[in-house]
Write a protein that binds this ligand. Sequence first.
Ligand code: C2O
Ligand code: CU
Ligand code: CU
Length: 489
Amino acid sequence: MKQNLYSRRNFLKTATLGASGILLPLAGRLTWAAGESRFTRALDIPPLLEGEMDKDGVLNFDLLLRYGSRDFLEERQTPTMGINGDYLGPVIRLRTNDRVRMNVRNTLAEASTLHWHGVHLPARMDGGPHQVIAAGDSWHPEFQVRQPASTLWYHSHMLHETGRQVYSGLAGLIYVEDEHADSLDLPSEYGVDDIPLVLQDRAFNADGSFFYDSSPGPGMRGMMGDVMLINGVAFPQLRVRHRRTRFRILNGSNARIYNLEFSDRRRFLQIASDGGLLRRRVPLRRLRLAPGERAEIVVVFDWDDDVYLRDVSVPGNGMGAGGLGDIMHFDGSGVAGALVGPPPVKLAENIPSWKPRDAARRRRFVLGGGRRPMGPRALTINGKYMDMNRIDETVRVGDIEAWEVINRSPMAHPFHVHDVQFRVHARNGVTPPPSERSLKDTVLVQPGESVLLMMQFRDYSDPDSPYMYHCHILEHEDAGMMGQFVVTS
Ligand code: C2O
Ligand code: CU
Ligand code: CU
């Protein structure tokens, strides 16, 4: 199943690449020499899209799926996919209660979808594998924002093609803002002291094209690369301008789990996770982020800072995939102004605290299993592969449910549920760490672990349109590690 993304193999140029100071040809691939010389390109800040209000009071967003190309690696061009641009898409900014209409036009030569990850909305608007946008077609989902301030995202969810399309660039961020978050005085000047970081590891062929292998691969790790792209820039650097800066970090990678820390091991504050603000800020030196997860952190910088964000490997995570090392450089020489106050200790209010005894139903989801833990059969949920024609679970609208996710496979899987933001009630019967005590939509489940999730299926029911739950390692999802549920009235 090894394939070049656009079926265009070209390893012939390998011999001539030695002249490049940074790029090294290695077995038909390009890789980047280690060292400081990597961090020469400025971090890109994606454009902000705030929509246009129509006469009915609906905010319209125009999103165009298209092909492009980018010189991620010096002057070599990489064929890409993007939304309104060459690679990735704009940051879509919404506010709670906004009524929204997305005008998605697919100019690709292949079918795709656009899924609003983390958004609570009707299943028909969800952009999952049932809402296919054929090549040349448009799709106009509408919904109202009914959730608190949070950092969400959107990406392709095409059956069996999600991994390749997201890897090519079909993804972007959604910011939801609300009055409560406004009142907290968090750093919020977009691109200045409130900075998105979309983390994606990539591998490249010798001709500069992305190398992509859709098979879960040896060890079933999924597709991992050795070049770090952040907002579509390889190993970027940022000249920090404000002493206290907020970063909204998305692990938009197909398979890699990051363990992030600063090179001087400085402390920072986590203020939000997937579904919005934490109840209280959490001081951390290291942040783990699995594919699909988000975290917002606030970091203090000084004018003499010369510090790296680094990905350290942690034994037992992601089947022994080594960390990428330094992935981004922060240069403090442009820091100006006084140190503004830290984020308040107490952040979110009204985070629901559903208890297992409140649950109308308890369901179990067993990841992997089977007799051949290392074979393809291991990529199942409750022993089943994804089937578009099979509804796996039926939920009653309004119900609180307890979902127990049990990992009987030898590797960690990030489990994601559409439509809802859940609470992680327990990991192996124990209260989860403070970083996970808020609303989430994706949770990493380690081998042998059992995670108890509490959630409520509010507002929307539709017996004919399912939502998905799945592993967010995209090669696992594409290989069938996904199931469907409907919410009925
Ligand atoms: Cu990020 Cu089913 O999605
Ligand atoms: Cu999703
Ligand atoms: Cu998985």
